[in-house]
Design a protein around this ligand. Sequence first.
Ligand SMILES: Nc1ncnc2c1ncn2[C@@H]1O[C@H](COP(=O)(O)OP(=O)(O)O)[C@@H](O)[C@H]1O
Ligand SMILES: [Mg+2]
Length: 256
Amino acid sequence: MIEINNLTVIYPDGTKAVDNISFTAGGGESIALVGANGAGKTSLLLSLVGVIPIHSGTVTADGTALNKKTLNEIRRKIGMVFQNPDDQLFMPMIVDDVAFGPRNYGCSEAEVKERVDATLQALGITHLRDKSSLKLSGGEKRMAAVATVLAMDPSAVIFDEPTAFLDPKARRHLIGVLNGLPHSKLIATHDLTFAQEVCSRVIVIKNGRIFADGEPKEILHDVKLMEEGGLEAINAHLHYHVHENGGPGHYHMHDY
Ligand SMILES: Nc1ncnc2c1ncn2[C@@H]1O[C@H](COP(=O)(O)OP(=O)(O)O)[C@@H](O)[C@H]1O
Ligand SMILES: [Mg+2]
């Protein structure tokens, strides 16, 4: 459970990137944070795990308030998958990256091994175990980065643009993985059809504030609302149906 109350983030140059945002994410809920470039999504996520400081307001994870003293504790509860996997993978082999967090938090070597094995298995990437991240595809890097976070056994996971750098197949794999995770999730994304498939709630951020908050089917198809939020609605008036007796690639397009 993450509780965000009147959160404001201001950069040293005076830019107010997050402006008095409040909401709660919990109970395995999956929330998409959408909004135009520069809306404040990344700043919001980074402030939740203390990568950038909070100017005012509070962040609480499972009852623990974020401050200098609780930073390590918060980072065990809230795992963050960064936009660029290269920021998360820095060891010679993937197995070392995934082991890094649990080892750092004092798990026994037996437990570290157990967690690494279980996480790689759950994500279907045991074959990447001894590889260097330098040799991986975008999709493989993304999964490895997700593994480093899940190995910490967080209660909530936050993702910044997780479909960036992914081809359609890797994107599809990620959707399956995320829909199988029991964690509370907060996902900043430009990919609105992805948000629709993975999230049960959408929050539109505009100029650092919450502009709209509701169900994906209501928000993401609302042409006017999405336009005002600097986005393009999922095309609500076009419906594609696979031809009953047609193979892949045979579509009817209904315009109404
Ligand atoms: N390090 C920084 N210093 C100053 N301003 C920043 C910095 N990083 C981001 N910003 C500004 O903060 C605002 C929000 O940016 P960001 O959180 O990256 O938005 P988003 O992830 O929604 O694209 C933008 O105006 C951006 O220019
Ligand atoms: Mg961003």
